[in-house]
Structures are given as C-alpha cells and as structure tokens.
Design a protein around this ligand. Sequence first.
Ligand code: FES
Length: 473
Amino acid sequence: RGPDHVSQLPPETLLRLLGYLGPADLCRCSQVCRRWAALTRTGSLWRHLYPVRWATGDSYQGPPGEVDQEPNEEWVRSRQHEGRAYQHWDEDADIDESEGSPWALAAVRREKALLKGLGYHLLPAVGVSVRSLVLAYSSTVSSKMVRQMLSLCPGLSHLDLTQTDISDSAFDCWSLGASPRLQHLDLSGCGKISDQTLRKLSVALGNLPAPQVPGRGGRLLRSAPLPVAALLDGRVPDAAGRKRQAIVFRAPAPGGPAPGPPRVWLLDPLELADIEDAAEWGRRRAGGDTRGLTGASLEGGSSSTSCCCRRSRRRAHRTALSASFLQHRLSAAAAAGGGDGPGGRDSSCCSGPAAPRTKNGGPCPPEGPPSQGPGGACTRPLRFLSLSGCHQVTDAGLRALSQRGGLPSLEHLNLSGCLLVTEVGLQELVSACPALNDEHFYYCDNIDGPHADTASGCQNLQCGFRACCRSGE
Ligand code: FES
C-alpha cells in the first residue's frame, strides 16, 4: 500500500493537527507508525495533565482553573467508597465483586492503568514540558506514583493533589530543590501530610537572595540589623504544652523611610540563650522606639485596630476555593487603576486605594512575573497554597515556609482545619508573605491570629470530609 496523503504532510502541519486531538486519540495515533509515535510525544501536546478526569472519559486538556469547583459532599463520599473498594482489590487475586459495585471497580482499574501508563511511558518523554498536573480526588494514586511523576516534571507550576491518600514521602525529590517554578499547590484534604512536606517544599522553591543595604563607601552589606517592634507572648500552648514567645522586628522598606512588613523570631523555651536575648530585646524596646508597630494588637492580646475600614471577620464564609481565587486573579487587572477589588476596600480608606494588605498596611507587589533571583531566574513564585484539612501541620512547618526568603508572591493561603498551628506560627508565616490577600486567607476561627478582623474564617465548618475543630457542632 502506498503512502497516504496525511503521511506526506510536513511534521509541523501534522503536529498542528494532532493538537486538536484529545489524550485518547493521541495514544491511538502513536500506534500508527514510528513517525507518528515520535510526533505524539512532542511536549507541547502534553502541557496540562488530568489523568483522573481522563479516566472518566473527560478529555479536557486546557489550562487549570476555569472549571475547578469544590465538589459536593456526596460526590466526595462516592470517591472515597471507590477508594475503599480499590483497597480490597488485588490484581493477582480473584475479584469479589460483591465487595463493591462493578462500576466502581472498573473505574478504579481504569484510573490505575492510566496513571501507571502516564508514569512509565509518557512522562519520561514529555515530563520536562508538563506545567500542570491535576490528580485531585484520585482514589488510586499513591505516594510512590506522585514521587515518580514529580521527579519527571521539574517545570511544574500547578500541582493539585486534593483529597488524595499521599504522605510526606511523595515529595522526597523536592528535597533536592526540584520545583522552582511552582505557583499553585493544593493539598486540601491530604490528612497524612505533615511539616516534613512543608520543609521539602521550601527547599524546592529555592532561596531568595538576602536583602542587601548600602554600607560605608557604597559597599553592600548582606543585611542590616532590624529594630524591635514588639514582644509577642504566645497565649496558646504548643503541642508539647509549652507557651512560646516571639519577637516582631520592624523591617525597613527597601528604598523608603516607611517600615516594611515585620519579621518574627520565634523563641524556643528550651533555648535559654534565646530567652535571655528576648529579655534584652524587651528592655531595649521598653526604652522607647515602637514606631513601626502597626500590629499593636499583638502586645496586649487585643486584636483591635483603629482603621476606619475595619470589617467583621467572615466566619464560615465558604466558597469554591479555586473558583474564588481565579475570580480574584481575573479582576485584579481590572482593578489595577483603583476602586474595589476582591478583598479590597473603599478607596477613601485611610490605608489608601484598594490593594491586598500586609501586616503593616503596605500594598502588595503588582501582578506580573514572580520574584527574580540572580541571573533573572524565578525563585519562590508560589501564589496559591491550600493545606485545608492537613491537621498534622504545626508552627514548625509554617516556619519552614517563612525561611529562605519567605513566600513573596503568595496571595491565597488556606489553613482551615490545621488544628495544631497557633497565632505565633501564623504571625511568623504572614510576616513573610507581603502579597497575602485577606480575602483568601483562611484559618481556624478559634485562633485570634494575624489579620483577625479581615481574614476569612475556617472553610471546613460545614464540611463533612475535612478536619475542623468545630465539626459536629
Ligand atoms: Fe475549623 Fe477551628 S479548624 S473552626
């Protein structure tokens, strides 16, 4: 048989045509001949991966965000049921279909096969081109699979592992600093995640260069000593029953007289040197200077502020997380010229035009490329982080995120259901997130933490499948 017309097309035209096909059709095309097999392994055809949805027959391949919605509880329960059915399923044993519905078993088998094929055949060829990996609500994905996928996809910017059964070992490759482009990480409902994952994440995001200030003779020093703004007493004991203290530093804003976001130094009661230092800092502060303390509420245990635009904290304000965040991102550009943005405020407010607020009321950096490191390389560009229901996370994990330069681009932070974090840990992390938008900042209603008047409350109050200290009330 002679060559057909399609095979005579130049490769760039053929590639253009392949771009209109879904993942299942691409796989079929790869079996036509070697030339087509090579073409279907072109990275641009596999930028956004949704294997869990593909296993259900949905062939969506566009960028994430446009269709993300928090599913209802009944749907999540059905996925958990499928997961349990899968637990009883053994590839090498006879399947007792009375244990679960045949449809559920067939669905999980299909999903499992697709995930295996992805990890063993597709990602080794196209992994470097992958930007989005969405495994949300998978009932079959394991930590080993995620670990393999992450090691093959170093350029990921969007990772969604919502409501999966993964543990800290899934992120082992991040210890080597393997994901410096990550902008969106959703670990909602991953109850096995602990501080270890946050430490690995912090390493994976890379290091921001230390702030430099001009010294004598124009020489640059690595950093300047920071004046003390407050001594914060931890009123909530930590997991070990110890009360902690922290010092809040007033950091100078780069190039201006106004103070920048405060820095927080946590004190460990077991470190006597730290305690003595704290006493010394406290004496110095008692001697006078408290000008930079805009979070005056920290000291006396009161969360009041004198701002004219004070709003009540929106407790139990439940929205679709990702959809809400997308809405914020879309309208941010429209609001750039002034007016009310999501999470913004009246333009006549004493704090200035609508802008996401930091601890000291300063505006967040403009929309655009994330922080630039030496040589123009992006570092720590994380904008979205959800740890909702990750009940093992503690202040130590939040501290790991605030180190290495903090999270300068973070706008959305969900810590609903993180039962072990305290106001001290929250304060430390928030002080390293100058772009954080209160509208998209969620944590337990029982904590009187940073931005208490304007941050959103816990999102898990009415949620039957994620941790919350008030579940059952
Ligand atoms: Fe939900 Fe405390 S974790 S209110």
